[in-house]
Design a protein around this ligand. Structure first.
Ligand code: AMP
Length: 189
């Protein structure tokens, strides 16, 4: 089963994806994690991506689509994936549709984790202190920019999937376990 976890930064996509990996053995494809791995490895892409991530902008659609296409071609993805952080633009969503059609696979659900954005600043601050400031984009200034980018570029992906009948919404203000219960209900529906 292929699903997309969707929501603004700090909504809990990564947390919920990790639970699905642990509990159901699903494969998580986090584009943010892939970019951070490229940064740690010091690749040319990593160097370019770091600048973009640190100012809260989006990496280009071409790069991101290529990255997902390569990863989706690997054998472990054949049983289905959780896309976490992708697609982030309508162009990426369209490219994903084309990719799925070409690979002859289907998208089961797009699960929007809906949150009160005022709570995100506290959540990101919390994540920064829990991880010892591991992510250079986890601070109030960059979060404000990431939210602006989310509204301008990423939120339009929601009506795109709504029109296709794929969109489901869960209440991301509930506890981690309650959100994961809501997601489980969608996956068994
Ligand atoms: P995340 O870990 O999902 O919050 O992603 C961290 C950062 O990586 C984002 O703020 C973007 O700069 C970049 N990024 C991750 N996924 C994408 C994507 N699908 N398209 C463009 N940029 C992305």
């Amino acid at each position: 089963m292929n699903i997309i976890l969707f929501g603004p930064p700090g909504a809990g996509k990564g947390t919920q994806a990790a639970k699905l990996v642990e509990e159901r053995g699903m494969v998580q494809l986090s584009t943010g994690d892939m970019l951070r791995a490229a940064i740690s490895a010091g690749t040319e892409l990593g160097l370019k991506a770091k600048e973009i991530i640190d100012r809260g902008d989006l990496v280009s659609d071409d790069i991101m689509v290529g990255m997902i296409n390569d990863r989706m071609s690997q054998d472990d993805c054949k049983a289905g994936v959780i896309l976490d952080g992708f697609p982030r633009t309508v162009a990426q969503a369209e490219a994903l549709d084309a990719m799925f059609a070409e690979k002859n696979i289907t998208l089961a659900h797009v699960i929007e984790i809906k949150v009160d954005e005022n709570a995100l600043f506290a959540r990101i601050e919390n994540r920064a202190s829990e991880t010892g400031g591991e992510r250079s984009d986890d601070n109030a200034d960059v979060l404000a920019k990431r939210l602006k980018v989310y509204h301008e570029n990423t939120a339009p992906v929601l009506p795109y999937y709504e029109a296709k009948g794929h969109l489901k919404t869960v209440d991301g203000m509930k506890s981690i376990d309650d959100v994961s219960h809501e997601i489980a209900q969608i996956l068994t529906s």
